[in-house]
Design a protein around this ligand. Structure first.
Ligand SMILES: [Zn+2]
Ligand SMILES: [Zn+2]
Length: 393
C-alpha cells in the first residue's frame, strides 16, 4: 500500500535542509523537470518495495512502494546490495523497542551496496559503481565534543537509519558520504552486510574491553552479537572461551563451538559458576561480555567475573535490576557499557570480513528478497536462523 503523502511530510520534518528532502511519488513527472539526466528519468516514475514501520503498535510494519529519495550535496544515493535484519528491527516490528521511532520509517541499518549517484560535494571522493558499506549514524551534529573526537556514536543529536531516518530495506537509500567504507570486490554484499553487527561486537570486545591471549572469556547470550563477540575474542586469543545460553539456544551454542568457543554452557541444565570455576585457575573470567541484556545475565556476570576482571554490557535490557551490584566493589571489577561504533572500528570490520576471518555463513541463515521480509523476520524472531539477510528483488 502506498501512502506517499504521509511519508513525505515525515521525511521533510527529519531533514535538516530542504535540499535533503525525500520526495514522494507526487513529485513532478520527469518531463517537467529541468534537464533530468538519464538516471533521473529512469528513477522518477519508479517505486520500489520498501519495509516501512508506520506506527509504534505491534506489527505495524508493511511493504510499501516508495520512490528513490533525492540526495543532498554531501550525500550518495546508494543502490542497496544487501541489508541484514537486526534484533532491533524485530523489536520495532513487535513494538517491544524502547527507543523513539520516527514513523513512518523504512527499516534497516545493517547494509551495503553500490553508489548510484553522488551529490556535488562528494564528486571525486566516490563515484557511481563504487562498492561500499554504510555506517548507522545517519545524522550527527558534527560540532559536539563527541563528534569532534570522532566518537559520533555518542553524539546527543545522533539519529540512526531505520528508526530516526529512512533505512535500507528498499532499493535506494540516501546516505551521507561520511558514513561510507569501501569494500573489496571479492567481498559479497551478503557478507558485507555483517559489517555493522561486527562493529558492535568489535567495539564491545576489543575496544571497550581488554582481551589478551590466554584470557578466560565468557560470553553470555549466543545471539548474532554474542556469537560475533565470541569470534572476536577468539581472534584475540581468548582461551578458554565460553559461550553460555538458554537450553532453547542449543543450535546456537553448537555454532559457537564451530566459530571458536572452547566450551558452551546450557544455562537451563548446568551450573555456570561451577563450569567456569573448573577452567583456568578457578578464580573466574577475566572478561564477561553480557550480550543478553537480561537481569539474570548481569547477575550471572557478577558471579562469573574474577576479582580485578571486567564485565562489558552490550545487550540491552529495559527491566530494572533486582540484584545487588556490591560484587563490583568487592571484586574490584570494571563494568563497562558499549554502544554502537565509529569509523576506525568499521575499517577493521571490513578488513576482517575481507580476510575471511568472520565465518559469515555460520551466522547468516537465509537470504530473502525484500518482498519476503515478513517470513525472514519471523524466522529470526522464532530463533530458526541466527541472522536473516534481505536483498532487493
Ligand atoms: Zn543492528
Ligand atoms: Zn555531535
Amino acid at each position: 500500500m502506498v501512502r506517499p503523502r504521509r511519508l513525505r511530510s515525515r521525511a521533510a520534518s527529519l531533514s535538516q535542509s530542504p535540499r535533503e528532502q525525500v520526495t514522494g511519488p507526487a513529485s513532478p513527472p520527469p518531463q517537467s523537470r529541468p534537464a533530468p539526466g538519464r538516471l533521473a528519468s529512469r528513477l522518477a516514475p519508479k517505486v520500489y518495495p520498501s519495509v516501512v514501520q508506520y506506527a509504534s503498535r505491534p506489527h505495524s510494519v508493511e511493504l510499501r512502494n516508495l520512490p528513490a529519495p533525492e540526495i543532498g550535496p554531501h550525500d550518495v544515493l546508494l543502490r542497496v546490495g544487501a541489508v541484514s535484519v537486526c534484533g532491533s528491527d524485530i523489536h520495532q516490528w513487535e513494538a517491544t523497542h524502547t527507543w523513539p521511532v520516527n514513523v513512518p520509517v523504512v527499516l534497516g541499518h545493517e547494509f551495503c551496496g553500490t553508489v548510484e549517484r553522488v551529490g556535488e560535494g562528494v564528486r571525486g571522493e566516490f563515484q557511481p559503481g563504487d562498492r561500499v558499506a554504510c555506517e548507522t549514524a545517519a545524522e550527527v551534529c558534527g560540532r559536539c565534543a563527541f563528534c569532534r573526537q570522532g566518537r559520533y556514536n555518542l553524539c546527543p543529536a545522533r539519529k540512526g537509519f531505520g528508526y530516526g531516518t529512512h533505512g535500507a530495506m528498499t532499493t535506494f537509500v540516501r546516505v551521507p558520504a561520511r558514513c561510507l567504507h569501501r569494500l573489496p570486490s571479492h567481498l559479497s554484499f551478503e557478507d558485507a552486510a555483517l559489517c555493522e553487527p561486527c562493529s558492535v561486537a568489535y567495539h564491545a570486545t576489543l575496544v571497550n574491553s581488554t582481551v589478551r591471549p590466554g584470557d578466560l572469556v565468557v560470553v553470555l547470550g549466543p545471539g548474532p552479537i554474542g556469537l560475533l563477540c565470541a569470534r572476536l575474542a577468539h581472534l584475540a586469543g581468548a582461551y578458554p572461551l565460553v559461550v553460555a545460553g538458554l537450553g532453547r539456544n542449543a543450535a546456537r551454542l553448537r555454532t559457537a563451538l564451530r566459530i571458536g568457543a572452547t566450551h558452551t554452557i546450557d544455562l537451563d541444565g548446568e551450573d555456570a559458576k561451577e563450569r567456569v570455576k573448573s577452567l583456568g585457575d578457578g578464580l573466574g573470567a577475566e572478561l564477561v561480555v553480557d550480550a543478553s541484556g537480561a537481569t539474570a545475565s548481569f547477575r550471572l556476570a557478577l558471579e562469573l567475573v574474577r576479582p580485578q576482571g571486567q564485565i562489558t554490557k552490550v545487550g540491552w535490557g529495559p527491566q530494572p535490576l533486582d540484584v545487588s551490584i556490591d560484587p563490583v566493589v568487592g571484586k574490584n571489577v570494571r563494568v563497562q557499557g558499549s554502544f554502537s561504533h565509529y569509523w576506525a572500528i568499521w575499517e577493521r570490520s571490513v578488513a576482517l570480513l575481507a580476510a575471511g576471518k568472520i565465518p559469515t555463513r555460520e551466522i547468516i541463515g537465509r537470504i530473502d528478497p525484500i518482498a519476503a521480509w515478513e517470513s525472514s523476520f519471523r524466522a529470526m524472531a522464532e530463533g530458526r536462523v541466527i541472522k536473516s539477510v534481505l536483498v532487493p528483488g
